[in-house]
Design a protein around this ligand. Structure first.
Ligand code: GLA
Length: 704
């Protein structure tokens, strides 16, 4: 039974295959977290909710028990999950047990009530037994007849057991340098990972990992989690005076307010967390499996992602019907399955100064609309996709000229532009309706199979002054919910259309968006060398099939660092493969080699996109990155390795493979004799890659 309740001791235990999460009520009926770690088989194995030892009056943080969903009240000085102001001016929330019920096989809802005011908090739990993950969110309900103002409404708090020391692993970066891995000891004080930019951001990603400093890729206890939210977010990591760590996260409370009217509910986004004793590798694999099995949109999650071509780096804004057809012919020669026209096809868009908001084909570039190009792409055997950036407008656009009040702004203040554009106020119902209708029309009138949904600037001057005063700050939440809602409705009406989430690269890659988007544009950085560290960090949190990677020109816009076709392809094959180069510049030899590499990718993509990922070598410790993917049934595996440079006569590190059946015999393509899984994992493989910027791909097959 994954969910056990012991009425005698008022304790709940939530079990997955290898993890137990437990809570219980104290004598004041307040819900505390009791345990989060390796599976404990019996309820009697769990700690009880005993009265705490009395600390010194000044050490009151020691009196802060591990509340499951702390309200701000009493002697509580950590990060609360909930802070509210009631109509009578009371700003104190004391949550007590009301009732609970089990939902289905794996779900639990515990309802808490404020001690004196009509506020209910439903805590929702879902346990994923094979992934060893737990999903939590809260639903706040006003059952009184006056407004309640929510000042903070986070998703969950996680309390970690006492360890000798703690280390935080997190993902941070910048535009064109997203998801870099950082590891730091956790000292007393508070670390806040956050975004206040309106989107998830390039600068921090809502994922964390905590261990005692000794966990590796392959072993060690790791607690980890990720928020399913695509707007302002915060994850606070704090220590208590007892030197224990807790982690609290959800929608950022900076500039947040939500007016909870009588009978209204407010649902927080989910915070998913897990525990593993299998190191960071297992933590990632558990998240990836959850994403593949439970989170990604169902209509495409069982199909391989197609090999895509994208025109952006080939033509930038200089998009024309004929130019795109020329590129499409070359793309089809390579075996590309989806041809995507990027920015520049609509409105008066010849640079990033104009046109956003006017989603009709540019009459000069496409005199007969999109149809001739789409037909041509189809006749070449490919599907057709297109770029949009619906949440934006340029001042130089028909949309803005007609509706200057549709953007976020404060009166008599600058409307600060970024990339010459302003953010549309999606909290306004008429803006949301316009966007849905425009996109629905685009998809209804054209045979489009793929939308790249971009978002190229952070928010500023987030004013919505025609709303009532208490509601104006709700834009942070309403904007994100509207994006989700439009995507959901579009997906319903156009189930054959897949979506990519992009925000100037990886600025909106998160598990909130993953419920509506089939893949992410990982980064605008298309340099195959730079990409490796971005992709490694990305893989900590997100499944390889969601990671779109393009093969770019030999010398990209990022750096004048030439690289071979093989090297670029191998770098891009680590996720879902795309090509973003100007193929009209490629020689016959380059085209032939690329065709062969696309063929190889198609041969192994089901292992990459549906298999389990093992990070064998990291650039953080070697001059080589190597990743291995193993099919679920362990019969097929692929290794991709890229060597950055060779120093002196340095040999390649031994590649000890992972995840194979020890007793089965495997054939590594290119090596004539079969070897046992055990030999490949224990003795490993010695690659003879020599030189700088060299790469290889190994295919490993189990023998019948
Ligand atoms: C963003 C995206 C790019 C491209 C451009 C178009 O930067 O990340 O891939 O689509 O916008 O303007």
């Amino acid at each position: 039974m994954p969910i056990v309740y012991d009425d005698a001791t008022k304790r709940f235990a939530l079990h997955s295959k290898a993890m137990t999460y437990a809570m219980g009520f104290d004598d004041k009926a307040q819900l505390r977290q009791l345990y989060f770690g390796p599976r404990l088989p019996h309820i009697t194995d769990l700690p009880t909710c005993r009265a705490e030892d009395k600390p010194s009056a000044f050490d009151v943080t020691a009196e802060e028990p591990a509340y499951e969903y702390p309200g701000w009240a009493g002697l509580f000085y950590s990060e609360p999950c909930l802070k509210a102001t009631f109509a009578d001016g009371v700003r104190d929330v004391v949550l007590r047990y009301h009732h609970h019920h089990v939902t289905g096989d794996n779900g639990l809802v515990i309802t808490l009530q404020d001690a004196a005011h009509p506020l209910d908090v439903e805590l929702h739990y879902e346990i994923f037994e094979s992934e060893n993950l737990i999903k939590r969110y809260a639903v706040l309900k006003n059952h009184g007849d006056e407004e309640i103002m929510l000042d903070t409404a986070l998703s969950a708090a996680w309390h970690l057991p006492k360890l000798q020391s703690y280390r935080l692993t997190h993902l941070a970066g910048r535009w064109a340098g997203e998801t870099q891995i950082f590891q730091n000891p956790i000292h007393p004080g508070k670390t806040v990972l956050e975004s206040r930019r309106g989107i998830t951001s390039h600068h921090a990603n809502p994922w964390f990992g905590v261990d005692d400093g000794a966990a590796t890729e392959e072993s060690g206890d790791v607690w980890f989690g990720a928020l399913a939210w695509s707007g302002n977010w915060k994850i606070a990591i704090e220590t208590t005076v007892e030197e224990q760590v807790h982690i609290t996260g959800g929608i950022h409370d900076f500039d947040f307010r939500w007016e909870l009217r009588p009978s209204d509910t407010f649902e927080t986004p989910a915070f998913i967390a897990g525990f593993t004793s299998g190191g960071f590798g297992e933590a990632s694999r558990n998240l990836h499996r959850y994403q593949r099995e439970h989170l990604l949109p169902k209509n495409f999650s069982r199909q391989p992602r197609p090999v895509l071509y994208n025109s952006w780096e080939a033509t930038y804004f200089n998009v024309t019907e004929q130019g795109q057809i020329e590129l499409a012919k070359r793309a089809a020669e390579l075996g590309v399955e989806l041809f995507v026209v990027d920015d520049g096809w609509f409105g008066d868009r010849s640079s990033d100064h104009a046109g956003l908001g006017d989603w009709q084909p540019n009459a000069v570039k496409f005199p007969h609309g999109l149809r001739p190009l789409i037909d041509r792409v189809h006749s070449l055997g490919m599907k057709f996709g297109i770029w949009v950036e619906p949440e934006m407008t340029n001042q130089d656009s028909n949309l803005y000229r007609a509706h200057p009040d549709w953007v976020y702004h404060f009166p008599n203040r600058d409307r600060t532009e970024s990339r010459n554009q302003l953010v549309l106020n999606l909290a306004k119902p008429e803006v949301a309706a316009y966007l849905f209708e425009t996109l629905d029309k685009l998809l209804s009138e054209n045979e489009i199979s793929f939308i790249k949904w971009d978002m190229n600037r952070p928010f500023s001057e987030p004013g919505w002054l025609d709303a009532s005063a208490p509601q104006q700050q709700e834009i942070w939440v309403r904007h994100v919910r509207t994006v989700y809602d439009i995507l959901e409705r579009l997906r319903k009406r156009h189930p054959d259309v897949a979506f990519e989430s992009c925000a100037g690269g990886g600025g909106r890659a998160d598990m909130g968006m993953m419920a509506y988007a089939d893949q992410f544009w990982t980064s605008d950085n298309t340099d195959p060398y730079d990409r490796l560290s971005i992709q490694e960090g990305f893989s900590y949190a997100y499944a390889p099939r969601t990671m779109m990677c393009w093969v770019a020109e030999s010398e990209t816009w990022v750096k004048n660092r030439p690289s071979s076709v093989d090297y670029r392809f191998h770098s891009a094959m680590m996720g879902s493969l795309g090509i973003g180069a100007n193929l009209l510049h490629w020689s016959d030899e380059e085209m032939a080699r690329a065709r062969e590499l696309v063929r190889q990718y198609k041969e192994v993509r089901s292992i990459i996109q549906f298999g389990n990922l093992y990070r064998l070598l990291s650039l953080r410790t070697h001059h080589t990155m190597a990743v291995q993917y193993v099919s679920d049934d362990k019969s097929r595996s692929v290794v991709i390795m890229l060597r950055q440079h060779q120093h002196l006569l340095e040999t390649m590190p031994i590649l000890r493979l992972r995840g194979l059946e020890p007793d089965a015999m495997y054939l590594v393509r290119g090596i004539n004799h079969p070897q046992s899984g055990q030999a490949l994992m224990a003795r490993g493989l010695q690659s003879n890659l020599r030189g700088d910027a060299v790469s290889d791909l190994l295919v490993i097959t189990k023998q019948a």
